[in-house]
Design a protein around this ligand. Structure first.
Ligand code: GLC
Length: 743
């Protein structure tokens, strides 16, 4: 295929290799209505359908459509608007699109509904820690019902990037380090957003993101390259998207590159894998301005080159760059882009609109939310509180400091999060600022009542307390029956474009911790953060640590209730916690070494000189109010075949003096195989609630698909061989039984 002028050789080669696929249209034909529409559209109107513009916001006007956007909308040159989550403005936009344009094609009205809309649920990483798919789905159901009230009909969610580098701020938005768990969570989120029928007017169309390997960015930085093997791409990063091929109407392409080609113009991912192998005909949109970033990635010299690279690469909707609108009509007229490629993209956009019910009933979601008055109603807040309570991980509890007794007479709550309301919301908080978030101090006051001397000592800066603040903290802690250190990262220290080179507690927070601990009172550290904070010193010095992520609108109430034992800690870590940033990457499903670090220190083995290679807290870690004993796993048969799963039972006993819920985890390993396989892969969990002294058994089913690995194309399979079945309370504490896979 001759290289068109201006398109750099690397891109031309990629496209040439995949040329036969360029004509590969969607797996399913579009409806006659859509084909008839396309036949009537001008080149400008076609390019307009691919144009996804953002609304504007200003202090005096609030959310509004600029005059230019409204003019383009009226001329049929806008296919979708986002950040327009205001009912009146959104409705006006839809009225213009359907009643004042030549063809009356409705617009998508998108927004980042990431962990709630009015009512904010825990940050997604905290939701992942709850290990509760039902609550994940319910939280998105509630978010969708709240969002349609403001005219939203699409969300740029779920974010399913698997990350193993917690320097990356967007670790906060994902489901942690387990691809299997991200896959399960992705399915639950899409069900919650869309219901079983994406035309449901109480639902909003989901657009899972960021297709590619966004979590593998080099250095934990956003918008950069990825240098990973195709095996890692296929086994670690793509499965959550692969699992949604039959339910997702849309995917958002990752900002960064794969094999040196930005995913926004990468036919290997957007055509070979997504279309040819997976058979998906979901629409693919870019991330914000990603088309314009092709020039900065150095794969396009001009806006026209970028538009050509995108449409040829398989990108169908242009978020925020307007390059498609500006350049595609000319590129088609000049013969640089086949008209068929433009029609292919338009077909995908119109098919999405048809499948989400827009072409038939563009105002159905407005009608379904008519009369909504209350922001963040009580039932939604109750769900958010319940979910928040289940997201809190008890990392340490030396001497059973927690739960504090309800008989306390004085409580000190100290630190930058002591009385911070909006920090509870984390990043991507939707309209949560209007949801009356509950600070930790407010939650404690509500719980303990006026009879308890609640000493609140806020600290203004996350980087550390001033001398006066430290003195006030020590005074408040002196003689207190309970002391709570509310510390960790600020909400803005994670999320998009919020990577950190040091992932320990920010600044000099440990100075404040030590000053307060010196008072020798019963003290618990409550650690906020969107990533696994490498809290090595805190873990050594604080007797009790509760990891709360960013618990959302009802966070203060949830944390207070757990600290005083009204709820038990059910959550477990969905990520490994590094001892130090220097240890990254550290994750449970690492590949083996030829000289494993069996002990530390050691010589001539995969060890660091200055720290063990094991994480500070392993994946799956989380304590309860009691102690459990986890017995040896037992199997019903030793042979696993393709047709017959193996049943695994695990005895569990409550060896403590309080009732509690154990979460038994299952990990698998192909012990010997033609390729080196991870030392363990998280594949299932079961909970069991036991009274003091009570024993019980949990059961798992192991099947061959759980150990399959990428072979070629879209094919996964395992090879015959021994399989280690590991069970226990975390990736750092498992017992093993061996079975044999013989297909
Ligand atoms: C941002 C994010 C993406 C988000 C989009 C629209 O840059 O990368 O996740 O959905 O822009 O806000």
């Amino acid at each position: 295929m001759p290289r068109p002028p201006h398109v750099p050789i690397v891109l031309a080669l990629a496209v040439a290799l995949l040329a036969p696929l360029l004509a590969a249209g969607p797996a399913r034909a579009a409806s006659e209505r859509i084909e008839a529409l396309i036949a009537r559209m001008t080149l400008e109107e076609k390019a307009g359908q691919l144009n996804f513009e953002t609304a504007d916001w200003s202090q005096d006007r609030g959310l509004y459509m600029s005059e230019e956007t409204e003019d383009r909308l009226r001329r049929g040159l806008v296919g979708g608007l986002f950040n327009i989550h205001a009912r009146g403005v959104a409705r006006r936009a839809q009225e213009i699109a359907t009643r004042e344009t030549r063809l009356g094609i409705p617009v998508m009205l998108g927004y980042d509904v990431i962990h709630g809309y009015d009512t904010v649920f825990p940050m997604p990483i905290g939701q992942a820690a709850a290990f509760d798919l039902e609550r994940v789905e319910r939280s998105e159901r509630i978010a969708a019902i709240e969002a349609i009230g403001d005219g939203v009909n699409m969300t740029f969610s779920p974010m399913l990037d698997t990350s193993r580098d917690p320097r990356w701020g967007r670790t906060a938005e994902g489901a942690g380090e387990s691809t299997w768990w991200a896959t399960e969570i992705g399915r639950a989120r899409v069900r919650g957003f869309q219901t079983a029928d994406p035309r449901d007017p109480t639902g909003i169309a989901a657009c899972p993101k960021h297709l590619g390997a966004n979590g593998a960015s080099k250095g934990g930085l956003d918008y950069t390259a990825m240098e990973i093997s195709e095996r890692e791409l296929r086994e670690v990063h793509l499965p959550p998207f692969r699992a949604l091929v039959d339910t997702a109407l849309c995917f958002m392409a990752a900002f960064n590159t794969y094999d040196s080609v930005p995913v926004a113009a990468n036919p290997f991912i957007l055509r070979r894998i997504l279309r040819e192998e997976w058979g998906s005909d979901a629409m693919v949109m870019s991330d914000f301005g990603a088309l314009s970033e092709l020039e900065r990635h150095g794969v396009a010299e001009t806006d026209a080159d970028a538009a050509e690279a995108g449409i040829r690469g398989g990108l169908q909707m242009d978020m925020a760059s307007t390059f498609y609108l500006a350049e595609l009509p000319g590129l088609v007229r000049a013969g640089r882009v086949p008209a068929a490629l433009l029609d292919e993209a338009v077909r995908a956009v119109l098919t999405l609109k048809e499948r989400m019910g827009l072409l038939d009933a563009p105002f159905a979601r407005f009608e379904a939310s008519e009369g909504r008055t209350e922001t963040s109603p009580a039932p939604h807040r109750a769900e958010a509180q319940d979910f928040a309570e289940r997201s809190l991980v008890l990392l340490k509890n030396e001497g059973d400091v927690l739960p504090f007794a309800r008989s306390v007479r004085s409580v000190a709550v100290i630190g930058p999060h002591a009385d911070a309301k909006f920090e509870m919301l984390g990043s991507w908080f939707g309209r949560g600022v209007f949801s009356r978030p509950v600070s930790l101090a407010a939650g404690l006051a509500d719980l303990l009542g006026p009879g308890v001397d609640l000493r609140i000592v806020p600290v203004a800066a996350f980087e550390g307390a001033t001398g006066d603040e430290t003195r006030a903290a020590v005074t408040a802690a002196r003689g207190a029956d309970a002391v709570i250190l509310a510390i960790g990262e600020a909400a803005g220290m994670s999320g998009e474009a919020a990577s950190r080179t040091d992932i320990d507690l920010p600044g000099r927070q440990m100075d404040l911790v030590r000053a307060v601990l010196a008072e020798g009172r019963p003290t618990a550290a409550v650690v906020f953060g969107g990533r696994p904070v490498a809290m090595e010193a805190l873990a050594a010095e604080a007797p009790a640590i509760l990891k709360v992520w960013f618990p959302g609108t009802m966070g203060g109430t949830a944390v207070a209730r757990l600290l005083f034992g009204d709820v038990e800690p059910l959550a477990r870590m969905p990520v490994s916690t590094p001892r130090s940033v220097g240890q990254i990457p550290v994750h449970h499903d690492r590949l083996p070494s030829g000289r494993p670090a069996i002990k530390w220190p050691d010589v001539y083995s995969s060890n660091y000189l200055d720290r063990p290679t094991t994480p500070l807290f392993p994946f799956g870690h989380g304590l309860t109010w009691t102690r459990f004993e986890f017995g040896e796993p037992a199997v019903d048969v030793r042979r696993l075949t393709d047709d017959a799963p193996v049943s695994v039972t695990v005895p569990v006993r409550n060896a403590g003096d309080r009732p509690g819920t154990a979460m038994v985890q299952l990990y698998l390993r192909s012990r010997f195989a033609p390729i080196s396989r991870p030392v363990m892969m998280f594949r299932a969990f079961e909970r069991i609630r036991l009274a003091p002294g009570e024993a019980g058994t949990v059961r798992f089913r192991v099947s061959a698909d759980q150990i399959a690995w990428w072979q070629a194309g879209d094919r996964f399979a395992a090879a015959p061989g021994p399989i280690d079945v590991m069970t226990g309370p975390s990736a750092g504490e498992v017992r093993t039984v061996r079975i044999d896979y013989m297909p």
